[in-house]
Design a protein around this ligand. Structure first.
Ligand code: PEP
Ligand code: MN
Length: 338
């Protein structure tokens, strides 16, 4: 249920409403837009509540909402969420490029990659220290050592870093290093983790689950938002279909669908979305044309020798070429580069 405030409500009236909602066992989440202020009422609402709330001072209208996700919906917040990370703005006019290795492997590998992607125009450095892995025998990341390498690369290049956190217990640790916390596809419905990153004071990028519907994905974002963290972005990274030629099927339609249903920024990850390096550029261009707010691209100094995801990683040269092709496509949909 949403409470739409009158045009000229007072701050006292707003505070009063939030107090009364708390007393009734609900939580009120406020969204102040240019045109109107909306309170998202979260809790076990019931139809008669509409009549109760509508007579409260300052209230213009109470709108029941049938969608199960509320705080992530456009109805709650018509204007786009803009996440600020250092000098980088995600979800605004500019297209944001996140790039780096799948996993941090060595100092040389991380630093070289960071320098190369920065020189090519990337804004944010990606890299895994805690790697989720389908097989327990695959490389599972350097852990804290990997976080240290990423921090070193940030220190040198000035690029903010995004890295995955896999368990609720690690949120504190990873938050001390990361500028953006990544929740991986395999953890999209790890509700304890979602609660915990919801309490963190860091932006979160929530990847779409391997077989998650758009509604399930938005409900997972809802967990984070409901804990009070509004700095949330989504990432389409391909879904499982009957097709086996590609690692996943990149669901490009998800991009405009998310834009329609939600105010959260949407990043596209064609590296995991396709699993093949030569598909990364064409799908990047398509994702930008479809309205993505940013791209996440895996880049490695020597993909053949990568400990993880080499087949989908771009060389420095290929990443440069991708950037050169992205710029005019971004411009054609009215976006400049961040
Ligand atoms: C990654 O970004 O390296 C990763 C593991 O992605 P996903 O969770 O989408 O598989
Ligand atoms: Mn990867």
């Amino acid at each position: 249920m949403f409470i739409v405030m009158k045009n000229r409500y007072t701050e006292n009236e707003l505070a009063d409403i939030l107090d009364r909602l708390t007393q009734m066992g609900f939580t009120g989440h406020v969204s102040k837009g240019v045109e109107r202020t909306v309170i998202g009422v979260v809790g076990q609402t019931y139809p008669e509540l509409k009549d109760t709330l509508e007579v409260w001072p300052g209230v213009d209208e109470v709108v029941p909402i049938s969608r199960p996700y509320k705080l992530s919906s456009r109805e709650f917040q018509p204007q786009n969420t803009v996440v600020k990370v250092g000098d980088v703005t995600i979800g605004g006019e500019a297209l944001v490029m996140m790039a780096g290795p799948c996993a941090a492997e060595t100092e040389e590998q991380v630093l070289e990659t960071a320098r190369a992607v920065k020189a090519a125009g990337a804004n944010i450095l990606r890299g895994g220290a805690f790697k989720p892995s389908t097989s327990p025998y695959s490389f599972r990341g350097l852990g804290v050592g990997g976080l240290e390498l990423l921090a070193q690369a940030r220190q040198e290049t000035g690029m903010p870093i995004i890295t995955e956190v896999m368990t609720p217990e690690d949120v504190g640790l990873v938050s001390r290093y990361a500028d953006i916390l990544q929740v991986g596809a395999r953890n999209m419905q790890n509700f304890a983790l979602l609660d915990e990153v919801g309490k963190a004071k860091k932006p979160v990028m929530l990847k779409r689950g391997l077989s998650a519907t758009i509604q399930e994905w938005l409900l997972s974002a809802e967990y984070i938002l409901a804990q009070g963290n509004r700095q949330v972005m989504l990432c389409e990274r391909g879904i499982r279909t009957f097709e086996t030629y590609t690692r996943n099927t990149m669901d490009l339609s998800a991009i405009p669908i998310i834009k329609k249903l939600s105010h959260l920024p949407i990043i596209a990850d064609p590296s995991h979305g396709t699993g093949k390096w030569y598909l990364v550029t064409p799908l990047s261009l398509a994702a930008v044309a479809a309205g993505a707010d940013g791209l996440m691209i895996e880049v490695h100094p020597s993909p053949d020798h990568a400990l993880k995801d080499g087949a989908q990683s771009l060389t420095f040269n290929n990443f440069q070429q991708l950037m050169a092709q992205v710029v005019p496509v971004a411009a054609s949909v009215g976006r400049k580069m961040a």
